[in-house]
Write a protein that binds this ligand. Structure first.
Ligand SMILES: CC1=C(CCC(=O)O)c2cc3nc(cc4[nH]c(cc5[nH]c(cc1n2)c(C)c5CCC(=O)O)c(CCC(=O)O)c4C)C(CCC(=O)O)=C3C
Ligand SMILES: [Fe+2]
Length: 411
């Protein structure tokens, strides 16, 4: 008999692992998935889309249109067009090309949480084509409500609304913050960024005058505390902050050692790496609600100002592509703050469609197809490899309350 408390989305998880009371952490049993679901955030593609898009993002929270219009100005500034849909179209094409080049016959369906093409369309297309077992790639690398659980809740909501909850099984690849495919583009960006900082700032003392700012999306502190499974013993900022700190350290260490391998930088042997700091951006919500800090601009204005800093590298560590938060909050605002302080600054690349990232995502899918044992799964921090199946209560939103989620252990 199967234990029905162990469900992905109303269906028993693989029988081989259903015996464990808390469900499987890593599904080490091959699974014949019919298709990949690329699950995106979605973004507006013109001025008329902006408010309807923001209503979707804030669905169920009853935020008045006047307040949404305040948020809309970032989008309005860029003609009402978010770059995110074009980036997901490019990622879908790149995944298809990578799969084809490896001779893997798996279709890629694309659906967004907040804009066309919606998850509804992707699930309906899957059902029409008889694809009943899907493995999801959500375009978000870390553990938190916004970057993990909210996708899973939307799979459950949409499968329920479309009446497909008992037909389609959806699983997900593990959060990939420390997978080498995701980390490699950041290492390349930081290594090359340090080289440029040295080349463009005469006599720069890297150890004291260059700062590496790893930036990620701030989230409410209550979400941070609930990010990841609580039995892992993370501190009050949860898995979200711990994952970023661990990845930032790896990126800087690896970028530094690759820089020193270059003959023109060999003279840096024996000197100290630049200082680095995890900072946050894109805070929203009422000022009374605590969110993760420090904000990247506050950090420069309050901590770096008046010190020896001459150059900053801004590394968008929390982001998979150059979407609106990167283009606005980093390339406009943080870059302006750095300029006002007289700093040279450079924003380094996101993974986008970097070949390492694309092939890493395909490797992550194949882990699930092949049931790769945990011990053989690549991971660059001690925190990973992350779970295939989210743990009970993982990444819950205490503000919004409990909602059912697919692709995890219930509840
Ligand atoms: C952790 C995180 C990621 C993960 C990073 C990743 O996935 O890479 C992410 C991604 C994104 N967030 C995005 C846009 C928005 N996020 C909002 C609101 C919020 N995000 C939050 C967190 C995150 N968000 C939170 C805690 C809120 C407050 C809502 C609440 O209290 O629960 C709002 C509402 C307005 C506002 O509140 O400012 C908008 C418009 C876009 C699209 C960008 C584009 O169009 O290019 C993307 C990819
Ligand atoms: Fe967001």
């Amino acid at each position: 008999m199967t234990d029905t408390s162990l469900i992905t989305n109303g269906q028993p998880v693989l029988a081989a692992t259903a015996a464990a009371a808390s469900g499987p952490e890593h599904v080490e049993v091959p699974t014949a998935y019919d298709a990949i679901l690329l699950a995106g955030f979605g973004g507006p593609e013109g001025q008329d889309d902006v408010i309807p898009f923001l209503r979707n993002v804030t669905r169920g929270r009853g935020i008045p249109d006047e307040r949404l219009e305040e948020v809309a100005h970032h989008y309005r500034h860029f003609g009402g067009v978010s770059p995110i849909n074009a980036q997901n179209r490019a990622l879908k094409a790149a995944l298809e090309a990578e799969l084809a080049s490896r001779g893997i016959d798996m279709p890629v369906l694309w659906g967004n949480r907040n804009w066309e093409p919606y998850l509804e369309e992707a699930f309906t297309e899957a059902a029409d084509k008889g694809y009943n077992k899907l493995v999801a790639i959500a375009t978000s690398a870390y553990s938190s409500f916004s970057s993990c659980r909210q996708y899973r809740e939307d799979y459950a909501r949409v499968l329920t609304e479309t009446g497909l909850i008992d037909t389609i099984q959806i699983d997900k690849i593990r959060q990939f913050f420390d997978h080498p495919g995701f980390v490699r583009p950041f290492i390349d960006g930081v290594r090359d960024g340090m080289a440029r900082a040295i080349a463009e700032n005469d006599g720069l003392d890297v150890a004291t005058e260059l700062q590496v700012l790893f930036s990620t999306h701030s989230i409410p502190s209550s979400d941070a505390a609930r990010s990841g499974p609580d039995f892992r013993g993370f501190d009050e900022h949860g898995a979200y902050e711990a994952q970023h700190l661990a990845v930032g350290q790896v990126v800087l260490d690896q970028a530094w050692s690759e820089l020193l391998e270059q003959p023109e930088h060999a003279h840096l042997q024996g000197t100290s790496k630049p200082a680095w700091k995890l900072v946050y951006q894109s805070r929203s919500g009422p000022p009374t609600q605590p969110w993760l800090e420090p904000d990247i601009n506050d950090y420069m204005n309050e901590e770096l100002k008046g010190g020896p800093t001459r150059a900053v590298l801004i590394v968008p560590l929390g982001f998979v592509s150059d979407h609106m938060e990167v283009m606005w909050d980093l390339d406009e605002e943080a870059t302006e703050t750095a300029g006002e302080l007289g700093y040279w600054s450079l924003r380094t690349q996101t993974p986008g469609i970097d070949p390492a990232y694309v092939s890493g995502l395909v490797d992550l899918v194949l882990e699930r197809v092949n049931g790769t044992p945990k011990a053989e799964r690549p991971h660059m921090t001690d925190i990973g490899p992350w779970y295939d199946v989210c743990r009970p209560g993982c990444c819950e939103n205490v503000r919004a309350g409990f909602k059912p989620a697919a692709a995890g252990v219930a509840p």
